[in-house]
Design a protein around this ligand. Structure first.
Ligand code: CAA
Length: 440
């Protein structure tokens, strides 16, 4: 069976940056370490006044097409995953295609275009759709363009304001991919939840504390479902485990839960038992509360062990590097976690070819998906070509007053006009509703 997977990835960050410990925390009267140590964040990316989900998505896609020498005729499908859509009828992919058609001779009239929505998991669902389309033999030799693009902003004063971000990830899905092959095995955890909603409103209504619990519950179900098809998972099976990262502190919790789950009934558990005692099992407790207390105690002890810390440092921590600097990108978040890990491997001379990564995607509302990916021999060239570090470095550092202005600009309920903080360079820009995505 021919391999199908991600051939190439490109990233486009919003052109502005909000320093969380330096600018945000003092204004909120909070300890900067709540951000750096608690949430695990240094900064958030923000869109300038001429940027939005269309321009960021089109810019990421354009970089990808240029680098891979792709023409519109090579692309048979364009899906945009977003939870920041502004049009309830036309999919955002039509706007993106309109931008790209300005700079290519060909057009995308032949391409099937759509928009995927299920909060942050929609980017991975679009990958799955592209994979299935190719596997079904309906692609006629073409690949699929998947774009995950969001402006993840919360209302001023909402607890979520600390975890904002904005950016896009474009991925080309094809046969014989250069980056990773997607596995056929997947596991899901899915339930009707109301922890995070955007019913016809610009900023989410979110019960932050509950959303953390829902994330963990669905992720555990997805892991169990994944094991029911792929067999038992062992912590050393995977080079990296990129998870959806609304903020790195969330992944700290998810990683521990996953580790506790996959070490059950293994030699690792035997060894850990000598150090911290055997894992608590629900059936051994009369009531839920004392079971939960025992689990909490076990987890507290687990995270102090050398074995866990080494696994975390090698498998999880490298996935968080970009997220620390850009915040939550919703649909793009798990996809920048994958890139972070691969960049880390490149920088440290780690040979990833043939290695497997366990990818955990999540969307509020709520659904989690676990799947595996195998790194291809040509991965290094793909990761070397990324210029994300230069993009992050070039962002304009917002003062508090700048932040207040730009937040208002991106609140569709307000009619605000501010000067641009940065100057667009050969990129698509939003220049009013009549001139969407014009290239400057
Ligand atoms: N030094 C070190 N650590 C500190 C600290 C300090 N001075 N002060 C606080 N902390 C720690 C806290 O102990 C806490 O860590 P633990 O959870 O490990 O205990 C962490 O910093 C955060 O502190 P708080 O819980 O007090 O923070 P908060 O109540 O202000 O908000 C939040 C946290 C609820 C996650 C909020 O940012 C939020 O609502 N975010 C949006 C929702 C979200 O991202 N949910 C994630 C799951 S849903 C999802 O994944 C989908 C999605 O993308 C939105």
């Amino acid at each position: 069976m021919t391999a199908v997977g991600i051939d190439a990835i490109e990233i486009w960050t919003g052109n502005l940056k909000l320093d969380l410990p330096g600018t945000f925390a003092p204004e909120k009267g909070e300890d900067p370490e709540k951000y750096t140590k608690g949430l695990g964040l240094n900064a958030s990316s923000f869109p300038d006044s001429y940027e939005d989900i269309v321009t960021m998505g089109a810019n990421a896609a354009h970089r990808l097409m240029e680098r891979k020498g792709l023409e519109p005729d090579d692309i048979g499908r364009i899906d945009v995953a977003t939870e920041s859509a502004f049009d309830n009828s036309k999919p955002v992919s039509t706007y993106v295609a309109g931008c790209l058609e300005q700079v290519y001779d060909g057009d995308f009239h032949h391409a099937n275009k759509g928009e995927r929505k299920f909060a942050c998991i929609a980017g991975t669902q679009s990958l799955d759709d592209a994979y299935n389309w190719i596997r079904a033999g309906r692609n006629r030799g073409r690949g699929a363009l998947v774009i995950a693009t969001d402006t993840a902003l919360y209302a001023r004063g909402d607890a979520g304001e600390a975890t904002q971000g904005a950016g896009a990830v474009a991925m080309y899905i094809s046969e014989d991919p250069d980056l990773v092959e997607l596995s056929t095995d997947q596991g899901y955890g899915s339930a009707d939840e109301t922890d995070f909603l955007k019913p016809n409103q610009q900023f989410p209504s979110v019960d932050g504390k509950r959303s953390v619990q829902v994330y963990l519950a669905r992720m555990r179900e997805a892991l169990e479902d994944y094991e029911s098809v792929a067999g038992d998972v062992h912590p050393d099976d995977f080079a990296f485990a990129p998870f959806h990262t609304p903020f790195p502190g969330m992944v700290r919790k998810a990683a521990m839960l996953a580790y506790r789950h996959v070490t059950r009934d293994t030699a690792i558990e035997e060894e850990l038992a000598k150090e911290i005692g055997r894992q608590p099992r629900a059936e051994a407790f009369d009531d839920k509360e004392s079971f939960h207390d025992a689990v909490r105690e076990y987890m507290d002890a687990l995270k102090e062990t050398d074995r866990y810390q080494e696994w975390y440092a090698e498998t999880i921590d490298p996935t968080l590097t970009l997220s620390r600097e850009v915040g939550n990108w919703y649909t793009g978040s798990v996809h920048i976690a994958r890139v972070s890990a691969m960049k880390y491997a490149l920088q440290n001379g780690q040979d990833l070819a043939g290695e497997t990564m366990l990818v955990g995607s999540y969307g509020s509302g709520a659904q989690a998906e676990i799947h595996a990916e195998t790194v291809q021999d040509t991965w290094e060239k793909e990761i070397e070509a990324l210029n994300v570090d230069a993009q992050l470095e070039a962002r304009y550092d917002l003062s508090w007053e700048d932040y207040e202005e730009i937040h208002d600009v991106h609140n569709h309920d307000m009619d605000v006009d501010v000067e641009e903080f940065t100057t667009p360079e050969a990129e698509f820009v939003f220049d009013g509703w009549g001139r969407m995505g014009e290239r400057k």
